[in-house]
Ligand binder design. Structure first.
Ligand code: SF4
Length: 113
């Protein structure tokens, strides 16, 4: 499979061949590209950003997962964000949803409010 490495602006085009647990990556120009291709082929992950409600306010709070979560958990993460209401005050980095969707990853605030 073809993919673009997103670890730096160079955007190397990777060619990743998966054969069981054996993964061959070509097209990278540094070790990060090989690691990215391998990870994307076997366990794709993504950062998730979203909004949660603030009690008593119209304006929502912007949030994100602290690290990338498995791609197949994105819908559950977005659902958890949708179901959450926070009380102010909130600071950047405050944990808003611990262990979101049982991913082991926290959702944190990305704004001071
Ligand atoms: S392989 Fe290395 S140089 Fe190429 S885009 Fe990825 S991080 Fe950048």
């Amino acid at each position: 499979m073809k993919m673009i490495c997103i670890n730096c602006p160079k955007g190397c085009e990777l060619d990743v061949v998966v054969n069981g647990d054996d993964v061959t990556v070509t097209g990278h120009t540094c070790p990060r590209g090989e690691a990215y291709g391998r990870s994307e082929a076997l366990h794709p992950t993504r950062m998730v950003t979203g909004l949660v409600r603030i009690a008593g306010m119209r304006k929502p709070l912007p949030v994100k997962t602290k690290t990338a979560v498995p791609k197949d958990k994105i819908e559950a993460v977005l659902f958890a964000m949708h179901q959450t209401t926070v009380q102010l005050p909130v600071k950047i980095g405050d944990v808003i949803i611990p262990d979101v969707a049982e991913t082991g990853v926290d959702v944190v605030a990305t704004a001071n409010m």
